[in-house]
Design a protein around this ligand. Structure first.
Ligand code: SAM
Length: 299
């Protein structure tokens, strides 16, 4: 049987579905449904979905993007937290035999196991119009749990997309930029205005594609230790890196050790965290990991 052509993705059909189920939007779940077919096509194209792919969708809503994904992919698993949407999804996705809907909190699903079961452990693609209140935990959770992934193509707040792709020297540069760039190569796919959603969000949005690295671009002896150093460096943005590290109680890095490591790297002791590249953070963490005067955070 052929996969049906998507019927959702415009204001009229969305309103029809919402009325049929007397659906009440839940602000706490970050529900802003896509109502623009051009944006939906653009997301599917940017994600490069083919009939070979197993796709994980986080937050299918009423199933709009799920229909587009199902038409393009081999198989889709969509994870939706709001149980009021489950009967809606059973209806809107009835003709799509390659979709499974899980009524779960995406942050609690064992995605490594899911990818093992559905794709034999081969890398999957994540595609989502993310609930903005948990964008960072979702993306970091995907990366840090080492789910086998080829790419993550997501709609996020414009400002968050800017933070993900920027480098040293920008006000947007921070722990999120470094974490994302350690795991993936970010590519901006589209800017999306509020009128493409129902209800309209208060902020501008963007689709960003994160192409996962097969191997990290820098060599950190201990990833967790490097990220602890990165977080401490940006916790107090206006302090020097030496003070930021020394003030982080969990790290136990003395000012002397931090200054010596920076000197070793040819950097000034007065430098701020926002001036360091990912490569320099990796090197700094490797040097501080060897100096021996730090606490338990390292393991
Ligand atoms: N994909 C749909 C679309 O584009 O029209 C809906 C996107 S809407 C921005 C975000 C969706 O994520 C909502 O359906 C919301 O209920 C769901 N959601 C929110 N928190 C979630 C969580 N922790 N786990 C899974 N789904 C969640």
């Amino acid at each position: 049987m052929n996969t049906p052509v998507p019927s959702l993705g415009n204001p009229q059909s969305t309103i029809e579905v919402l009325n049929k189920y007397q659906f009440v939007f839940q602000k706490k779940f970050g529900q802003n449904f896509l109502i623009d077919p051009h944006v939906l096509d653009k997301i599917i194209r940017s994600a490069g979905i083919t009939k070979e792919d197993f796709v994980i969708e986080i937050g299918p809503g009423i199933g709009t993007m799920t229909q587009y994904l199902a038409a393009a992919a081999r198989e889709v698993t969509a994870i939706e937290i709001d149980k009021a949407l489950i009967p809606v999804l059973e209806d809107t996705l009835a003709g799509y035999k390659n979709v499974t809907v899980l009524n779960e909190d995406a942050l609690k699903v064992d995605l490594c196991r899911l990818v093992q079961e559905k794709n034999g452990g081969r890398p999957a693609k994540v595609v989502a119009n993310l609930p903005y209140y948990i964008t960072t935990p979702i993306i970091m959770g995907l990366f840090e749990s080492h789910v086998p992934l080829e790419s993550v193509t997501v709609m996020v707040q414009k400002e968050v997309a800017d933070r993900m792709k920027t480098g040293p020297g920008s006000k947007d540069y921070g722990a999120l930029s470094l974490a994302v760039q350690y795991y993936a190569r970010p590519e901006l796919a589209a800017n999306v205005p509020p009128n493409c959603f129902m209800p309209r969000p208060k902020v501008g949005s963007a689709v960003i594609r994160l192409v996962c690295h097969e191997k990290p671009p820098v060599q950190a002896d201990n990833e967790a230790w490097m990220f602890a150093i990165i977080r401490a460096s940006f916790n107090q943005r206006r302090k020097t890196l030496v003070n930021g590290l020394n003030n982080a109680p969990n790290l136990k890095i003395s000012k002397e050790a931090a200054s010596a490591a920076l000197e070793d790297m040819g950097l000034s002791a007065g430098i701020r965290g926002e001036a360091l590249t990912l490569e320099q953070f990796a090197r700094l963490s490797n040097l501080l990991g060897k100096s021996g005067d730090f606490g338990k955070e390292r393991t």
